[in-house]
Design a protein around this ligand. Structure first.
Ligand code: SF4
Ligand code: SF4
Ligand code: SF4
Length: 216
């Protein structure tokens, strides 16, 4: 694929908390005017461990473009060549990057070659948030492997409705209220990894933990 460019795998493995970039952008991005409903101290968010990727997040938001987007948790990603969140099952065999073999309907997943090692190729998968429609196709696909792709309500887009229309339509009760100062969530697995890292004085991990909501 022509846009696959080589990056330093060690570099981004060391920067495993890069989901924090998405989180920070959302926190700092402010809120859209109007329709705000809940008390300002609370926000809607998706518990990624409960989401079953039903697709309602793309179609039930009150906004024309859903406030829900996919995020990538690099600490959970296997950087697989045969990525089940990127390819259709047919595409997995051919590994052809033509649109017909890709899961994402909007080509919002950007695949970048990282390195070849021990006869295997490793790739980074990042999300173009503007192009993502929150359809969860990749989320369901990635769930077959490591589950590093998951959905979050983006708080630079969400207008914080009193009754979130997606929460009403969610079949798995995945929508939860979280505090406004920590309006994003990690998967439980990543939370455990981050806590271990933070315990070893990893400042990036601690910075991420400071920004995400975690049920105790
Ligand atoms: S949620 Fe849908 S639109 Fe967004 S990256 Fe995944 S497959 Fe693409
Ligand atoms: S609270 Fe409103 S704007 Fe936010 S995700 Fe739910 S329906 Fe969309
Ligand atoms: S409605 Fe619920 S289960 Fe469906 S994609 Fe959204 S969070 Fe996941």
């Amino acid at each position: 694929m022509s846009d696959e460019k080589q990056t330093d795998r060690r570099g981004f493995l060391a920067d495993g908390a890069r989901v924090v970039g998405v989180v920070s952008a959302g926190v700092l991005g402010g809120y859209l005017a109007g329709q705000r409903g809940q008390a300002e101290e609370n926000r809607w968010q998706i518990d990624p461990d409960k989401c079953v990727g039903c697709g309602n997040c793309a179609t039930h938001c009150v906004l024309d473009e859903s406030a829900v987007k996919c995020v990538q948790c690099f600490d959970m990603c296997g950087f697989c060549n045969r990525c089940t969140g990127y390819y259709t099952l047919d595409g997995l065999d051919s590994r052809d990057t033509a649109a017909a073999d890709l899961l994402c309907p909007t080509e919002a997943i950007i695949r970048t070659f990282v390195e070849g090692k021990a006869g295997q190729d490793f790739y980074e998968y990042t999300i173009d948030t503007d192009a993502c429609i929150g359809c969860a196709m990749c989320v369901k696909g990635c769930a077959l492997m490591n589950g590093s792709l998951y959905l979050q309500v983006m708080h630079d887009r969400c207008v914080n409705c009193n009754e979130c229309a997606i929460a009403v339509a969610c079949p798995s009760d995945a929508f939860v209220n979280v505090s406004a100062d920590k309006p994003y969530r990690l998967k439980r697995v990543a939370l455990g990894v981050m806590r271990q890292k933070a315990g070893k004085a990893d400042t990036a991990a601690q910075k991420l933990l400071d920004q995400v909501h975690a049920d105790e």
